[in-house]
Every structure is written in structure tokens, then in C-alpha cells.
Design a protein around this ligand. Sequence first.
Ligand code: DGJ
Length: 730
Amino acid sequence: MPITYNEAAKSFKLTAKDTSYIMQVAPGGYLAHTYYGKALPDDDLTYLLRLEEPPFTPEKNLRELSSYMDCLPLEYPCFGIGDYREHAFSIVDGNGATAADLRYSSHRIYDGKPALEGLPATFANAPSEAQTLEITLEDKPAQLEVTLIYTAFTDLDVITRSLTVKNTGTDNVQLTRVYSACVDFDTDELDMITVNGSWARERHPERSPLHRGKQSVDSVKGESSHQSNPFTALCTHNADEDTGEVFGFNFVYSGNFLSEAEVTQFGRTRYVMGINSTDFGWLLGPGEIFTAPEVVMVYSDSGLGKMSRTFHDLYRNNLIRGEYRDKRRPILINNWEATYFNFNTEKLIQIAEQASKLGIEMLVMDDGWFGHRDSDNSSLGDWFVYEKKLEGGLKALVEKVNSFGMKFGIWFEPEMISPDSELYKEHPDWAIQIKGRPLTMSREQYVLDYSRKEVRDHIYGMMRKILDNANIEYIKWDMNRQITEPASNWLPKERQREIWHRYVLGVYDLMNRLTTDYPHILLENCSGGGARFDPGMLYFSPQIWCSDDTDAIERLKIQYGTSLCYPCSSMGAHVSDCPNHTVGRQTPFETRGHVAMVGTFGYELDVTKIPQEDRDAIPGQIEEFKKFNPLVRTGDHYRIGNVFEDDEWDAWMFVAKDKSEALLEFVQVLRRPNYHSRRIKLKGLDPAAYYYEESAPDRKYSGAALMQAGITVPEPWGDFRSVLRHFIRA
Ligand code: DGJ
């Protein structure tokens, strides 16, 4: 049984594969946290709470209740009642007071996993895949009910958390902080790993030991952001790829977030994750319910690698949806780096015709096909065809591309409005703005107020006209700026702080409508590169553009960091032209292909202009991608090298679930003079099995030897060279 309740001890035990998570209703009715980690036997573990140590429970020592509150490990700590560590929940009640006090009221356990109203979330494909525990806590004076929702997955070391807040009274209550998860660890001997960066260098991992006080990553930009990602791992100091304990947290949300660890006065760690409370507010009227987004928690007793593979399995099977979830994605060619805004029908047809002959399966027309857009300074919101560029119209263009045997995909940036647009002339109040203040521009555009249904309806109406007019089979949904002047022209003043969350809910609403009405369309999310690479987006789009930096060597870092939490098969990755448009680096065409093969794979170059030898290499590259893509999509990913620690090489593997084959990809960043070949230890193989390389079937290697002693990799001649090695079980 994944979830049990012990009536005598008033304790709950969740079992997710080899993980235990234990809670207990402590004296006073507070829901206390007892244990999170490797599976424990079904013994009486209540002693772990140390209720017999000072300051003792309220029953024994009411005069020191505040000290009790300040050291009791809590599942959902509130502001204002003596717990001075970071709190997860705060309100302004009907009297204007700010304390909240949640005590156990009831619980229920059931099979399966509930959906979350208006929010993306992981799901169980069958009720037997997961079990759910709902614990209702009550704040009687404030007349609030908070229901904590925990789901334990049966075959994965995954526990998810979310919650609802219900106003059971007759007064309005302002919610000022509603985090989704809090875990109190009984140690401060932990490191914090986050993935941070900027445009063109997203999700670079950083690791540091926790220290007294608070350390956090967050976003207040209205999206998960280039700078931070809603992922954090807390791990033991000795943890590496293969050993040590790791606790991974990921927020299934695409807006403002906070991920924070606090080391307390008693040498313990409180970890919280949720919607950032900076400028957050939600007015909860009588009878109304607020739902907090989901946090996914992954436990690994065998290092970061196992944590990542658990996230990958969960997201591939229990988050990503749609027709393309389990399918190879079409190999696309995108015209952005090929032409930027400077294209027309003729140019696109030239690219498509040439590409189709090489085996490329889809043309994606990027930014610049609508309104009168010739640069990034106009037309967002005018989702009608720019006839001057697309002479003959969109339908004719798509038909022509289809006649080459290719699919057609299109770019939208549906959340934005240019001041220079028909839409802005008609509806200037549709941009997010504060009346009486100038609007701050970014990329010469404003953000549409997606909290307003009429705005979403109007944009969707325009998109539908385009989608219904031509055979469109892919959409790239872009978002190229962040929110400023956060206010809405339709919300009353006491609800203005709801704009941030309502905006995200609005985006989800439109994505939901789009993916429901057009289930055959492959949706790729993008945000000025990879600023919205988060599980909220993965729920709607099975792939996300990883970064505008397409340089193969920069991508080693970006894809490494992204793989800590997100499956490789969801990473948008393209082969682009050299010198690379972001860093000016020259890399071999083959290496660019090998690095892009880790992800969804495609091309982003002018295929009519690249060197003939590169063009000639494309059909072979495509065959190679097709051959190995099933392994990338369904296999286990192992990081072998770490380009952050060693800038001379990188390597990773994909191993079939049944261990029957494995792909090793090795990239030599810088060639070393006068050395033996490198010896690299493989991972994930069957130690009892023998493997041979496809290129040399007569030479057999034992799985144990390949993992214990390694394989030799002769160093290729030159920098930025890559090698693929395919191992098959004999
Ligand atoms: C940012 C994206 O990341 C690029 O790929 C491209 O689509 C541009 N926007 C277009 O404006």
C-alpha cells in the first residue's frame, strides 16, 4: 500500500517505490513532518519527532508554545503563530489581521491522482499507478480550510504536492502567500543545486553548501525565466552522479516562483517552493477555492543521475501528453537563423524544396509572416498574413510545401502586442499597464492582459483563422518579454495583485483550448530561447526550445543543465550554420548533428547556402538520428562527462530500458597533444552481459568491464570533434 494511516500514532506514511515520506499529527493538532528519504519499515517512527525533548509539547509546556512552534518540523507552516522560520502560508483575514493557524481536521486516501483546476499537473495513466492522500487543515477563527494533496507514485520515487484553500466563512480573506510545498529536513549538511543563467546560456548548474540563513532562486518576471528555473536539488555533500542522497524539487508552473532553503538556528533545513509571494495576492470570497500549483519531489539514494532519470520517466509518461508523446518528432527546418525577417514565399519554397530532397520533413516559418512585420518593432497581435511577403497567401505556400512531401509549421507570439499594430490602435487598454504610468517597452512590445477572457478569445479567434485556412501541423509558441507595470484594467483594485497568477492561468487556458481543438498539431514552446523551460509548459507542449544559442559547444552546457530535470526528448535542438550566430565559433557539421540528436533534432540554416559538403552530410545525419531517436526518447540517460568540470571533453549515454543496447556520445572539446586515448567508464549496462560495437561485431566486451574499467576512446584529430559508439548486447 503506498499510503497508510496509523490511527494510534496519528501518523501517515507514503511509500513511493523505494521512498518513504512520513507525517504525524502532533500535540496541538499541528501537522508535523517526521521523515523523507529511503524507504523505512512499517515500524513506530514517532520518536523521530523528539516530542519528549524541550521545549516539549503545548500539553506539557503551554508557556513556551512559541518555542515549540519554532522548532517543530511542520508540513505547512503559517505566519504569525510563533514559527519564525520561512512560512508557507499567510493571509489578511476579514478583520485585517495577518496570522493563520492551521490544525488537522480530517483526511482521506484514494487510488489515482486528481487533476488540478485550471493548472497543469502530472497524472496517473491508471488508478493503480498512484495513490493520493488529502489532509484537511482548518483555521477556525479565519474560517479557512486548507487541503494538502499528496500523491505517491507506485513505481517511481516520486511524491507530488499541491493544495486547495477554501473560504468557509462569510468574509473575504486575502491570501498573501500560498506556497505549494514545505519540507523540514533534520540536517543542514546539504548542498543546493540550481540551474541558472541568462539569455543564450540558460540552465547552467550551480552548487553550493547550505549555510545559516536563507538561500533561494526565484522569478518575479511573470515567467520561469532565463535567469532561474523552478528546479532545485538538495543533496548530501558527497553526492555525485551515482552516489549520495538527492532530493529534487520541480514546480509545475510557468510564472513567478520561489525555491528557498533556510538553515535554522537548530541546524536544520526548511525547504519551501511555490508561487512567489512578491506582489502576490488573491481575494478569496466566501465559498471560493484557490488551487496552488503542483510541486514534484523526487528522492534518489544513488546520486543525481538517478534523480534525473526519475524525473525523465515521470515527465515522459505522466506529464507530457498528445499524439507526439511517444512518437519521433518530424525533422524540421526553421528559417529563423536562415533569413531572420528577410524572407518571402519564393525564399521559403527554395528552402523547403532543397530540404525535402535531403530528407527533412517539415518547414517551420518563424517570426515575420504577419501584419507588416519586417523587424521586431511591429505587428504583434495582428495575426493575419503579410501579403507583401507571402505573395499568393498562406494556403498556397503550405500546399506547395506539402507538395514536396513536407509538413508545415508556423510561429506565433500570442501573448504580445506591438504599439505599432492594428490591435493596439483598437484596444490600447488590452496591454498590461498601470493607468497614468508610461508603459515600459521591451523588444518594442507590450504584454497582453491574458487575465481577460475577451483578450484571449480575440487572439484565439485570429489564430484559428490561420490554422483553419491551411494545413498547419506544428506551432512554435514564443514569448519574448517579461511583465512590467503589473496591473489589469478590468480587475477591481483589491484584486490587482492577482494579475500575475491570472496571467499564467490565462496562458494555460489558451494552450488548453489550442491543444484540445487541434490535437494533431505539434506544439513547441519557446521564450526568447529557453526562458520557459518548465513542467507547466511540458504539459501542453512535448518539446521546448532549449536556447537561442545553437552553438554545439555552448549547447553541451545548456543541455547538461537541462537534463538534470527535463527529458532530453523534450529539448528543442537544431543544427545551425557556422560561424555560429551567437558566439562566432566554427564547429564541424558532424558535431553539430551529434549534439542536436540529443534533443528533438532539426535544422536552422539556409540549406540553399551552406557549403556543399554540409548539405551532402544531411541525409546521413538524418538516418543516424532516425536510428537512435527511439533510444533517446525511451531509454535511460546517463551523464558520463561534465563539461563544467572538464572543458576538454564531454560524454553521455542512452541505455535501453532492457539494457539490450546503448549509445555513447563523446565530444572532444579541446584536443590534447601527446596523450594515450581516454578511458571512459560506461554506465547503466547489464554487468552480466556481453556487448559488441555495431562497427566491430567480433570484439565482445563484458558489461562489468565496460562499467568498472571503461572503454578507450581514441582522441579525434582537432577540436570540437564528436564520436558515436553503439553497443549491442551479444
Ligand atoms: C526568439 C526565439 O527563441 C527565436 O527562435 C525566434 O523565434 C525569435 N524569437 C523570433 O522573434
